[in-house]
Write a protein that binds this ligand. Sequence first.
Ligand code: P6P
Length: 336
Amino acid sequence: MKDYTLGEFLIEENREGFSHSTEALLRLFSSIKLASKAIHKEVNKAGLTKEIIGGSGITNVQGEKQQKLDDFAHRAFIESFKSRNVVCGIASEESKDFIVIKGKQENIKNQYIVLIDPLDGSSNIDVNVSIGTIFSVYLRKSSIRNNLTIEDFLQKGNQQILAGYIIYGSSTILVYSTGNGVHGFTLDPSVGTFYLSHYNLRFPKTEKIYSINEGNYAKFPSGIRKFIRYCQEKKGNRPYTARYIGSLVGDFHRNLIQGGIYIYPKTASSPEGKLRLLYECNPMAFLSEQAGGKASDGKKKRILDIVPTELHQRTPFVCGPTEIVSKLEEFMVNYE
Ligand code: P6P
C-alpha cells in the first residue's frame, strides 16, 4: 500500500461520504501532518539534545510537571492550525482556557474546533518509550458572526467529525477516523510523507491483552479487582497477557492491532479516574467504536454520550473489543 499517500486517501475517502468539504479536510490534515513531522524530528533526537528533554519548569493546568517537549508540541500545533486558516478554536491539555484563532472574517472555512493532547505520555520521553498526540475535531456550534463560547468545546463525543492520534514510536504512525473506519498512515521520514499502512483497522476478535496499572490494585473498586483475577485465571483456557506502558497512545495502538482492553478506572484517590474526557477519552472512544469495539466509563455509560461540563474534566475509561468490555461492565455492575 506504500504508494497511497494520506492526501490521496483523504480525497478518495471524501468522495465516499465525509460530509465536509475536501478542502477543509485537507487543510485540517495539512496542519496535523506539519506539526507531527516537527514533533517526530524532536522526539527522535530527544536523547541527544539536552535542551529538549526534561521538565520545562512549568506546572500545567493538570498540576503535572510540563516536559519541554510538551510545550514544543503544544506550540507546534497552535502555529500549524493558525497558518492553515481552517480552525477557529483549540483546547489543549497544556492550556487552561481555549485558544481563539482569528481567521479572516470573510473566511467561513474557519469552522472547526480542535481539542488536543499535544504529547500524551510525555513522562516516557526520557526513557525512550512511545508517546503520542491525540486529537478530536468538531464543527463550531456558535454563529460565525459571534465570538466562540465554551459550548463550542463542551460538545458530546458523538458530535466529533473526526478523531485520531499520532504515535511516535519505532515509526511515526498517524491513525484517524472520520466515521468510515479507522486507517493508519506511516511516515516515511526520508521524503516526509505519510503512506497508507493500516487500512480499516479493527480490533481482532480474540483479545489477548489487558492493560491497567496494577500498582493501583489496592485502590480499585472490587469489580475491577475481580475482573483482573478473571483475566489472570486460565479458566476456560483464557491466556490473557498483562501489557501496560503508561502511555495511552502506545497501549491503545498495541491493543488495537493485537487485541486487548485498556482500563483506567476510578480509584479511591481519583474518584473521576485520571484520563481527560475531551482530548483523551472521546477521541479514543470514537476510534474504538469505529474499529468494531466499545468504550464506556466501566459502568455501561457510553463515553461518547457523556455531556461535558468543563474542558479538563476526567472520567473513568475502558475501551477495547466489545465482548471483553461488556464482561468488565458485568463485574462492575455485580461487584461495584
Ligand atoms: P499512570 C499519561 O500521563 C496518561 O495520561 C496516559 O497516557 C497513560 O495511559 C496514563 O496517564 C498513565 O497513568 O497513573 O498509570 O501512570
